[in-house]
Ligand binder design. Sequence first.
Ligand code: UD1
Ligand code: CA
Length: 455
Amino acid sequence: MLNIIILAAGLGKRMQSDLPKVLHTIAGQPMLGHVLAAARALSPDRIVVVVGHGADRVQAAYDTQDLKFALQQPQQGTGHAVMQALPQLLEGDADDTSLVLYGDVPLVQVDTLRALLQARGNGLALLTETLDDPSGYGRIVRDAQGRVQRIVEHKDASPAEQAIHEVNTGILAAPTAALRRWLGEITNDNAQGEYYLTDVVGLAVGENLPVAHAQPAAHYETLGVNSRVQQAQLERIWQEEQARRLLEQGVTLADPARFDLRGSLQCGRDVFIDVGCVFEGTVQLADGVRVGPHCVVRDSSVAAGAVLDAYSHLEGAQVGVAARIGPYARLRPGADVGPDAHVGNFVELKKTRLGQGSKANHLAYLGDAVIGERVNIGAGTITCNYDGVNKFQTVIEDDAFIGSDTQLVAPVTVGRGATLGAGTTLVQDAPQGQLTISRTRQQSISGWKRPVRKS
Ligand code: UD1
Ligand code: CA
């Protein structure tokens, strides 16, 4: 049985925030969410999150079936925190394991955790690191044969121990029954008056249990966040890491230092992404897609060869093969742009299908509309889809031509091949193939004089 215990009770005072620390985000996702994703990837039998400060908010944010919560109140150290989780741990086979993770150490990777679990054998395994500057960390004390003896916290360490560069990252894996036993034995007789989880190491050694170690593949995996500065640093590290992975997959990033992904981005071959773009949620860019500078793309998919020009904003949108979007276009949820279609500057689409080869090149609002193929939407066209209470549909059939500055008062249908004259306010269906125009006839009044100011 694999138990994962995630410590998330700390206050995070230096964040200077009302939000519990583990709900602060890295790449758009709460830190706890990152840790949970890594934990779930190990398919554990149980996950227990130890909460304390802001417990209600943390629990409310992650109220899912597969999670158990344990309340630690007050916080008396990492050992005390793990004790609160003990009643919920599952045991039942020879391989019972408990893995301890931290809600504010968000970027630990699954492969590293697998290596740690592998290293454990039937004993204890510590994730350690060797740092140039180990100050503040617990030190790994080894004997002459190099066997781990115990962990000493920085504040309790002698000068000789403080000279040790191998540090405890805090992450460890232990046999569950032994962990229970050891936590029953530890005391808070130390410099901080806390129950140290790290004291279980000395107890394991006392029982002649092997203490193994593994090291993380990358240093960022064990970095914790205690302040906004550290959060910002980790954010940049993670963005660079995500950028590096995309570059390795063959995506061109105009500048990997000006790339932000807050979710997942799946790219085909030869995708180009210019500077300053933000991708959120789940985004797919197919082969040969080009994304211009400063686009924001959320939960959208863009088909092969399509182009998003500068400053376009997409959310919940689908873009067809070789379509052109922007610059300055806005595709809102339910926007579905067909192959070879064009959506130009200051055009907004919402719940609207724009058929193959159709064009809305400038200044338009198209909402709740079904627009056929090869339709031309003139500048200033507006679907009046909302009467203040209800929404209504506009249908524009294939090959229609909508003149500039037209209002389509929905529900209304423009027939196949119909033309609407510029400035039309369409309140009834426009028959196919005909010109429909609602415009007061133009007149010029000869001999008319401008009014003059009365003295
Ligand atoms: C801990 C380790 C230290 C290690 C360091 C790595 C102990 C005694 N020391 O020290 O060896 O080098 O992490 O960063 O374990 N927490 C609770 N409840 C508590 C106390 C802490 O949930 O009562 C959580 C905190 O929110 C945090 C984590 O446990 O996420 C670590 O706590 P922290 O106080 O930062 O531990 P350190 O003293 O830095
Ligand atoms: Ca008008």
